[in-house]
Write a protein that binds this ligand. Structure first.
Ligand code: BGC
Length: 385
């Protein structure tokens, strides 16, 4: 899985609009206010130490060649495999000693891996949690040891042991998915009303309810006015979630929905939270003799990019891993040089503190804009043929 540095320049330009990146000296206030909200001093402008340095934050820099830990939840989707490789390559290129581990979707395994990163003297630990709320104690141990903890792609909940999170807007991602479903139905399935079903991601992942919430903010009014009919009646996140983001579980739920509710009906569309689940939904539909419904997705996985180009999957949402890893590495370099976590204009309360979010903008991709969206991504562009 080769990714190139320049991969997502086009998408990166879109990001600029919504991200308060390092180097913006504007000092924008956090969107939500909080008395105990931490950090925030400039990063790349070298304004060295702020007088009232946050005691919880290591702002004094560390040696080149220091150990950086990266703890990923699993390698079950393309984005995490890309992250594993890119963190290794990019951090090693910066001269760091890098420990990258993935936890196979198991909380205790991830706790142990982070524990051993602490014991190995990591200066920064980057964490994409299996379960956003189950790492509180070990992250607070890292905090007590003066280690900077950066959440990656997913929020770290219920802990003070987090210094910031780098991610693509999760509510925004869901909005794009919901809108793509509506657009695809109008483009491909004639006049409504449309029969649809809803799928969510893994309930332990803090992104999953947000993706669903964002999508429902677009879809619910259309359900209410009768344009969309959820034939099964299953519209709560808990009914629609897919344990562990497991494609096989999504496929068997889709099989049951089709046999239980669609023996005499066409299914027109399905909200899918990512590409793996989208392909499972499409496969189940084909096997049930349905014509292919309009299905949303996420991650711009290679196989789904091909399916979109072939007209089999309607849409995906690109959240380029190289951009997310690049932003994280940029923050780590700032910290190494003695700077502090850069300022953000978005914070989210994680149950214990307001966490700074370095939020990037996801981009919806359909067959119509695929060439343009991947113009600077030669690997994905090569799939469009
Ligand atoms: C990520 C998605 C990914 C999913 C399952 C989510 O937290 O944002 O990119 O598809 O996890 O791995």
């Amino acid at each position: 899985m080769k990714m190139r540095k320049h991969v997502s320049m086009l998408i990166a330009t879109v990001l600029v609009a919504t991200v308060a990146l390092a180097g913006c000296g504007g000092g924008r206030e956090a969107a939500t206010d909080s008395a105990e909200s931490t950090p925030v001093a400039e990063s790349s402008t070298e304004d060295t130490k702020t007088p009232e340095a946050d005691t919880q934050e290591a702002a004094v820099g560390f040696e080149e060649g220091a150990t950086i830990g990266v703890s990923l939840p699993w390698l079950g989707t393309q984005n995490w495999k890309e992250a594993e490789e890119m963190f290794k390559t990019q951090l090693e290129a910066e001269g760091f000693n890098v420990i990258v581990q993935a936890a196979d979707n198991k909380v205790p395994q991830q706790q142990q891996q982070i524990e051993s990163m602490i014991q190995n003297g990591a200066k920064v630990i980057v964490v994409g949690p299996v379960d956003g709320s189950q790492l509180g104690a070990v992250l607070e141990e890292a905090e007590a040891a003066g280690i900077v903890v950066i959440g990656y792609d997913r929020l770290l909940e219920n802990t003070t042991g987090v210094d910031g999170v780098v991610q693509f807007g999760s509510i925004r991602t869901g909005e794009l998915q919901g809108q793509a479903l509506l657009d695809g139905l109008a483009a491909q399935k004639g006049e409504g009303p449309y029969n649809i079903e809803l799928f969510g991601g893994g309930p332990a992942d803090p992104n999953a309810p947000n993706f669903f919430k964002g999508a429902m903010s677009v879809l619910q009014p259309k359900i209410d006015d009768g344009t969309l009919v959820v034939v099964s009646g299953q519209t709560d996140f808990t009914q629609c979630a897919t344990l562990d983001w497991d494609n096989a579980k999504a496929q068997s739920r889709m099989d049951s929905l089709l046999s239980g509710f669609y023996s005499d009906k066409e299914i027109d569309g399905v909200l899918s939270p990512n590409d793996g689940i989208a392909r499972a939904i499409i496969t189940a539909s084909e096997q049930a003799g349905q014509s292919i419904p309009v299905v949303s997705g996420l991650d711009a996985e290679n196989e789904s990019v091909e399916w979109i180009w072939a007209g089999k999957q309607y849409s995906t949402v690109a959240k380029p891993t190289d951009v997310l890893v690049g932003k994280t590495v940029e923050i780590i370099k700032t910290l190494q040089a003695g700077g502090r976590m850069p300022e953000t204009d978005v914070t989210v309360n994680n149950g214990k503190k307001d966490v700074d979010i370095y939020e990037l903008a996801p981009v919806v991709v359909t067959k119509e804009n695929a060439k343009e969206a991947f113009a600077n991504d030669p690997d994905r562009l090569a799939l469009l043929k």
